[in-house]
Design a protein around this ligand. Structure first.
Ligand SMILES: [Zn+2]
Length: 165
């Protein structure tokens, strides 16, 4: 706060409250002037309080100390919680890495099984192709034999399904 007197360069020495309720301050030189202002308005004696230059360095009150301690405790608690969470995340990460390793191993196993199956399918396909080729050969052979048979040869029982007895 500065001296109430306009453009006064002096350090303030007193604080006081004007009769109309406004807080103010003044230097030593203008203390009399302030009282004169009051007198001119018949507002009575001003109660001047010396301004202690050390006034701002006040020891902490009980409440402020309590607040500081509470704040520190809460910060420590928060740090503990963060550490606990970090440990939790570390464990979770380790667990997930294990899971990834297990899945990779299973995937490799499945790949191998798939290759085995593919080989089986190839083998079975080869066998099927061979069987089909044999069948075609047999059919050709059958047709050739049938052509060699005389036209008027007696029909086989299979060709006379309507004859009973
Ligand atoms: Zn002044």
């Amino acid at each position: 706060m500065e001296c109430f007197s306009p453009d006064c360069p002096n350090p303030v020495f007193f604080q006081f409250t004007w009769g109309w309720g406004t807080p103010a301050a003044c230097c030593r030189e203008h203390q009399v002037h302030a009282q004169q202002v009051h007198d001119s308005q018949e507002r009575g004696k001003i109660s001047f309080t010396p301004i202690d230059p050390n006034a701002e360095i006040v020891p902490l009150g009980r409440d402020e100390r309590t607040q500081l301690i509470a704040g520190r405790m809460s910060a420590e608690q928060e740090a503990d919680e963060v550490k606990a969470r970090a440990a939790q995340l570390y464990n979770l990460n380790t667990e997930l890495q294990g899971e990834v390793r297990r899945l990779r191993a299973r995937n490799q196993e499945a790949d191998l099984q798939l290759k085995d199956r593919a080989a089986d399918i190839e083998r079975i396909s080869g066998e099927r192709d061979e069987a089909l080729a044999n069948l075609a050969d047999a059919q050709t052979e059958l047709e050739r034999v049938q052509m060699l048979l005389p036209r008027d040869a007696p029909a086989t029982p299979r060709d006379r399904p309507n004859i009973v007895g």
